[in-house]
Design a binder for this molecule. Structure first.
Ligand SMILES: Nc1ncnc2c1ncn2[C@@H]1O[C@H](COP(=O)(O)OP(=O)(O)OP(=O)(O)O)[C@@H](O)[C@H]1O
Ligand SMILES: [Mg+2]
Length: 392
């Protein structure tokens, strides 16, 4: 027997959530007011999604809100026939986005793989928002993720009072996505213990989720698919079994190919974040953004931009994501304790914090880089001084 899951049940995989005013009812998708710190992608970009939906005349797969072409345009940006500008969410090779979107229209699930900070989570959220209009059907993978988080749990009060029944069952986000034909998301798949990961095999290959306690099953309906993210650096922690890997199309998200591309990404995201944090953003801080990106890239690559000087790489990742947070913190410093313009002194401490993760080895690497590279560079005197000050 096949059952459908009641989409109005407000519950998480870990238990039911009382539908009080202070809790956003994630099942119904309602967001309470403008006070939300970080709106979901489908709310933050509701206007763009609506404009795309209105002007998209290409065929849409079953239950998709947009055609694959419109989903790719939503991610990569563009201008619609009526002049509506769609902002780029992901900056990177177009082909990668096209392959990712196409995968979601097939019977294979999508695995986004890459080093930390390459926008795996970000892309997964925006894909789910554009395809299904809902990015909240999310399972966060950790070493302690239980099978119930992927399958279903029980409301124990109901279970004890009335025995196992549909009413006592608490569907997981994956189960809801299956019964409603939506996109489910699993974050950090390789951190989940291998036996729990394998729960996904039946779901992805048979598109069914048995409920032996009730003698029932939930069958995936058209439109259901799943996006998982996994970190390159976690490889070997809980490697994906080959059985599970076969159910996924893997798309590797690369680090930005050039410094210009990376500066562009950081500037864009800082601008968006700065606006939502009510920080002044402007073109004046551009030099500092370029500097942060240059320092991170050189330390990451182990060689200076001109290719002349070898430098040692510290233990931290120094990803684009970290550059974004260093610059955002710098902007906050400039806004609250400076004149509102991002200056070397505002980013120096942030850079130091990101580079020196291991207090002994990384500090030596940083000092060497400071003296051999930063000190000698034209136009970097202020920056060198600011770094010296916080490194002392
Ligand atoms: N190529 C890119 N285009 C647009 N934004 C990017 C890009 N690379 C990084 N970012 C930004 O970096 C931030 C962090 O990305 P995200 O958290 O998705 O990384 P991640 O790959 O999931 O990292 P982790 O492995 O640590 O989970 C986001 O705000 C995102 O906008
Ligand atoms: Mg992530």
């Amino acid at each position: 027997m096949t059952v459908s899951v009641d989409s109005t049940t407000s519950a998480t995989a870990n238990g039911p959530v009382p539908a009080t005013d202070s809790v956003t009812d994630s099942a119904s998708g309602s967001v309470s007011g403008a006070e939300v710190l970080r709106p979901h992608a489908e709310d933050a970009f509701a206007d763009e999604l609506a404009a795309l939906g209105a002007q998209d005349d290409r065929p849409r797969p079953a239950r998709w809100k947009l055609s694959p072409w419109a989903v790719a345009t939503y991610l990569l940006g563009g201008t619609l026939p009526d002049g509506t500008v769609i902002t780029p969410k992901y900056v990177g090779p177009r082909r990668i986005v096209e392959v990712a979107v196409t995968t979601l229209a097939t019977d294979r699930a999508l695995l986004l793989l890459g080093v930390p900070g390459t926008a795996k989570t970000w892309v997964s959220e925006h894909l789910a928002a554009a395809v299904s209009g809902d990015s909240t059907l999310l399972v966060q993978g950790t070493a302690g993720t239980p099978e119930e988080a992927i399958r279903y749990g029980w409301n124990y009060a109901q279970l004890l009072a009335h025995g196992p029944s549909r009413d006592a069952l608490v569907p997981s986000p994956v189960m809801r996505a299956m019964s409603e034909g939506m996109t489910a998301r699993v974050e950090e798949l390789t951190r989940i213990p291998a036996d729990v990961q394998d729960t996904l095999i039946t779901i992805l290959s048979e598109k069914t989720l048995p409920i032996p306690e009730l003698g029932q099953e939930v069958q995936g309906v058209r439109g259901f698919n799943l996006i998982a993210t996994a970190n390159d650096r976690d490889r070997g922690v809980n490697d994906l079994s080959s059985a599970l890997r076969r159910r996924f199309n893997t798309v590797v998200l690369p680090l930005p190919e050039s410094a210009d591309a990376e500066v562009d990404i950081v500037a864009r995201r800082v601008d968006q974040l700065g606006t939502s944090l009510e920080l002044p953003t402007g073109p004046e801080g551009f030099d500092e953004i370029r500097r942060v990106v240059t320092v991170f890239r050189e330390l990451r690559d182990g060689v200076t931009t001109d290719g002349r000087t070898k430098v040692k790489s510290p233990s931290g990742t120094l990803s684009t994501a970290e550059a974004i947070s260093v610059v955002t913190n710098g902007l906050a410093l400039a806004a609250h304790f400076g004149d509102g313009v991002l200056r070397p002194g505002d980013v120096a401490a942030g850079i130091l914090g990101a580079v020196v993760r291991d207090p002994a080895a990384d500090r030596v690497i940083w000092q060497e880089y400071l003296e051999a590279v930063v000190r000698e560079r034209d136009g970097w005197k202020d920056f060198y001084r600011a770094c010296r000050e916080v490194s002392a």
